[in-house]
Design a protein around this ligand. Structure first.
Ligand code: SER
Length: 317
């Protein structure tokens, strides 16, 4: 992993992953891929090359791979779960046709590919607690359908053509740098913003709805570690369960109230998001990731909450 293209470099994961790769991998060249309307700014723009990289434009992607002699692509272009329910055809186009473009380039030009999967790749019939690595994946959301298909297609390109595809199933990701947009787990980010701003938080997910969540630094570590893992140790590839914490809205509110006791929260449940959340695991079993490439998260709910509040105070107040 030396010359890297990050597609979706200005998104929730990409904005931080691009910087982590630029600063953390000696000798690396990291191209920030973006789509018009989501241009990189500030340090992201100033710290390395940037190129328009639309997953739906195979020629454009191939030209970038040639120009920078790219050996690894982080494919982070996606519509999140709630927005994908509104725009299912667009979600399919970006997540599936986009992936196919990338995998074909990877096959021709010998490029490794990371395309994240998600807790969204599971559905109602999946065991909810301690969700195993290998289990039933019959999601009912378009987001989930594309994530299962992403896993299958990525494995297919590995087994059939030897393309070095690897991936993790991200939980809901929580960060203070770039907001997510249109996801079911976004509430777990937004509650921190409301708490720090002293605003009442209106929660779209019902009390008692547990989902896996993760602090962004752990998610970034996972994205780098999986691509650096010794391939001979990988029994699985697409895609690994990774987990660090699981909570419901009451749990995260209680964790925040240790630092901001007057946080107020009321519920206005969004039926679309609730339906999706109800179909996802409560907590995944990540023992394969731990055994095959040494996955070990650093942040629990309390450590994350302290860090989120400290950094959001600097950012917002
Ligand atoms: N965070 C994503 C969503 O809520 C799940 O991977 O859509």
């Amino acid at each position: 992993m030396k010359n890297i293209l990050v597609i979706g470099s200005t998104g929730q994961i990409g904005s931080e992953l691009t910087m982590k790769l630029r600063t953390g991998i000696p000798g690396s060249l990291v191209v920030a891929g973006y789509i018009p309307g989501a241009e990189p700014k500030g340090v992201l723009l100033e710290s390395g090359p940037a190129e328009v990289a639309d997953v739906c434009n195979a020629k454009q992607l191939a030209a970038i791979v040639d120009k920078y002699d790219i050996d690894t692509i982080y494919n982070l272009a996606a519509l999140l779960s709630a927005v994908a329910e509104r725009l299912p055809l667009k979600a399919w186009d970006i997540q599936m046709n986009g992936l196919l473009n990338i995998l074909e380039i990877a096959r021709e030009k010998n490029v490794a590919v990371f395309t994240p999967s998600s807790i969204g790749s599971f559905g109602e019939s999946t065991p909810k607690v301690g969700t195993p690595q290998d289990t039933i994946q019959r999601p009912s959301s378009m987001y989930g359908v594309t994530k299962v298909a992403t896993e299958l297609l990525s494995d297919y390109y590995h087994f059939k053509y030897g393309v070095d595809t690897r991936s993790v199933r991200f939980p809901g990701l929580i960060s203070y740098t770039t907001l997510p947009g249109g996801g079911t787990t976004d509430y777990a980010v937004e509650i921190y913003y409301a708490a720090v701003k002293g605003e009442e938080f209106v929660c779209p997910i019902a009390a008692g709805t547990y989902m896996d969540m993760m602090y962004m630094p752990d998610a970034l570590d996972a994205a780098v570690a999986i691509m650096q893992a010794d391939p001979s140790k990988l029994v699985h590839r697409n895609s690994f369960n990774i987990a660090s914490m699981s909570f419901d809205p009451e749990g995260v509110a209680a964790a925040i109230r240790k630092y901001i006791p007057d946080l107020k929260m009321r519920y206005e449940v969004d039926p679309v998001r609730q339906h999706i959340a109800d179909s996802w695991p409560d907590s995944m079993d990540d023992s394969c990731a731990r055994a095959e490439w040494g996955w070990a998260p650093k942040y629990g709910l309390d450590e994350m909450t302290r860090d989120m509040i400290e950094n959001l105070k600097k950012k917002l107040l």
